[in-house]
Design a protein. Structure first.
Length: 401
């Protein structure tokens, strides 16, 4: 499947390779970047405009004329006669074929300053979704990625590298939620599907693409892993049974299958809703471990977030019809935690590109006025010892150690 998909990839990648200066863009903002003048000069005069690497990649570039850049003082103040060239920010989003991922791709595309790699398991669905959402062709590329296969993850990384594009931001967004499953199902390598997809697939992807992020010459580089309130037992939502709990990770050590121990991380009986919430805890722990290990050395911003309850996305496709009918009004009128796909997409797009959200190691949330704030994680989701243990076991499972 992965190999088959790879064979159709080069044609899709060429959309980007054709990249040319996007003359229709308004030359106003300085997307996602707030840098002092000296940084501007160093980054854009030398490393971007003049480097051979840059020319080789044929990146679509925006020409920013200092005198027309009205929104960012840093640009206006930069040598007024100089032409500054800033290429588009290249953002990989997993699971961009629906829900939050698609809404984020759309929000980023609307700025005209990002090129989104939609890393999706269903190529045609992703293409259709991008078209329906009205994302202009030059602002996205669909690449095949099935997180439920480590082989596919590696294949995606290879394909991405062969495209010659730099990587500036990685958004680990895709997820599956199997609340009504009575029996576990498994990834290609035999890991329980929810944790296998949501955590292990992303863990391998993030580890491999870290090297690409390090090489990026974009002023801000970010790695974002979508978390959730339901994995945090310090909240009401996180206390709705079944609650997240990784225990001593004995099921993970056993490989998340019932041959060795159990398909659940804590070694217990299979429960699809719990497996999803556990996977979100893993996502939030992984972000913090990445931050501890790599932020200082690389300058990459690592972040997680709870975008709000987007009660109508495909995430609930496997839930019973009664739930799907009642859940949106329940969230809208009772908990007031509801947020539209569009609004949630804007929130994640902020974490991708807002110059004021560059702090690393943060779990972002939004209040009722839709202002972002640094939220507290539960005891388990912020347990550094568990994060380390999770990291080491996950490394072994995905073949990195
Ligand atoms: C577990 O159950 C499952 O076992 C597991 O398989 C997995 O699915 C997991 O987290 C997912 O859930 C958890 C259980 C917890 O949750 C439920 O089953 C709740 C489902 C909610 C939707 C169905 C509700 C049934 C409708 C009843 C109608 C009541 C109307 C009252 C509303 C007042 C309106 C003014 O369960 C618990 O923790 C306790 C459950 C207590 C139920 C309390 C119901 C609260 C509200 C339910 C939503 C109603 C929405 C109506 C909106 C109308 C707005 C105008
Ligand atoms: P959706 O189901 O709409 O989107 C999930 C995406 O993940 C889809 O594009 C889906 O692809 C993709 N996906 C699933 N499995 C794989 C796989 N094996 N390989 C590649 N892609 C895959 O759900 P949401 O938009 O709601 O979820 C997005 C993120 O937001 C998740 O991380 C979720 O945990 C998080 N979140 C959601 C909340 C909500 O209320 N909805 C609240 C808090 C967090 P396909 O289109 O092919 O099915
Ligand atoms: Mg929850 C403030 C209350 C709040 C919020 C913000 C959410 C978010 N939920 C809240 C409360 C409640 N929920 C209450 C009181 C109940 C009992 C009726 C409840 C139930 C409930 C169910 C059955 N909620 C759910 C489910 C799901 O199946 C969803 C889930 O747990 O998926 C793992 C879910 C969610 N509630 C949320 C959010 C964001 C979800 C989606 C799950 C996620 O992406 O993490």
């Amino acid at each position: 499947m992965a190999l088959q998909a790879a064979s159709i990839l080069p044609s899709t990648v060429s959309i980007y390779k054709e990249g040319k200066s996007n003359a229709s863009l308004k030359e106003t903002g300085f997307f996602g970047v707030s840098v002092p003048n000296n940084h501007l000069k160093a980054e854009f005069d030398c490393s971007l405009i003049k480097s051979k690497e840059f020319r080789k990649r044929e990146l679509p570039v925006r020409t920013i004329r200092a005198q027309t850049a009205t929104t960012t003082p840093a640009i206006t103040e930069a040598a007024p006669e100089a032409k500054k060239t800033l290429r588009k920010c290249v953002v990989v989003i997993t699971g961009a074929s629906s829900g939050l991922g698609l809404a984020t791709a759309k929000a980023l595309s609307e700025t005209g300053q990002c090129h989104v790699i939609m890393a999706c398991r269903n190529f045609l669905k992703a293409e259709r979704a991008a078209k329906t959402a009205g994302i202009p062709k030059e602002n996205y590329t669909v690449m095949h990625l099935d997180l439920a296969s480590l082989e596919s993850v590696r294949q995606f990384v290879d394909t991405f590298r062969r495209s010659g594009m730099p990587l500036d931001v990685l958004v680990c967004n895709a997820a599956v939620y199997l609340p009504t499953a009575k029996e576990p199902t498994y990834t290609a390598e035999g890991f329980e599907l929810s944790v296998g997809t949501n955590h292990l697939g992303h863990f391998l992807l993030a580890r491999l693409l870290l090297d690409d992020l390090k090489k990026s010459d974009y002023p801000t580089k970010r790695l974002i892993i979508v978390g959730s309130i339901t994995g945090n037992t310090n909240t009401l939502a996180g206390n709705v049974p079944p609650k997240a709990n990784l225990g001593d990770l004995r099921g993970l050590v056993g490989g998340l299958n019932d041959l060795n121990s159990s398909p659940m991380i804590d070694g217990g009986e299979f429960d699809g809703a719990k497996a999803y919430k556990d996977s979100k805890v893993c996502n939030m722990l992984t972000m913090q471990e990445l931050h501890r290990r790599y932020h200082e050395e690389t300058g990459i911003t690592f972040a997680s977030l709870y975008p709000g309850c987007i009660a109508e996305t495909g995430l609930f496709r496997n839930h019973i019809p009664l739930f799907r009918t009642l859940f949106p009004p329940f969230q809208k009128y009772i908990t007031k935690g509801y947020v539209s796909e569009e609004e949630a997409g804007k929130r994640l797009a902020q974490v991708v590109s807002d110059p004021s959200l560059t702090k690393s190691g943060v779990y972002w949330s939004w209040n009722k006025n839709s202002s972002s704030f640094e939220n507290q994680l539960s005891k388990e989701a912020s347990n550094a010892e568990k994060a380390l243990k999770l990291w080491e076991i996950s490394e072994k499972l995905v073949g990195l150690a």
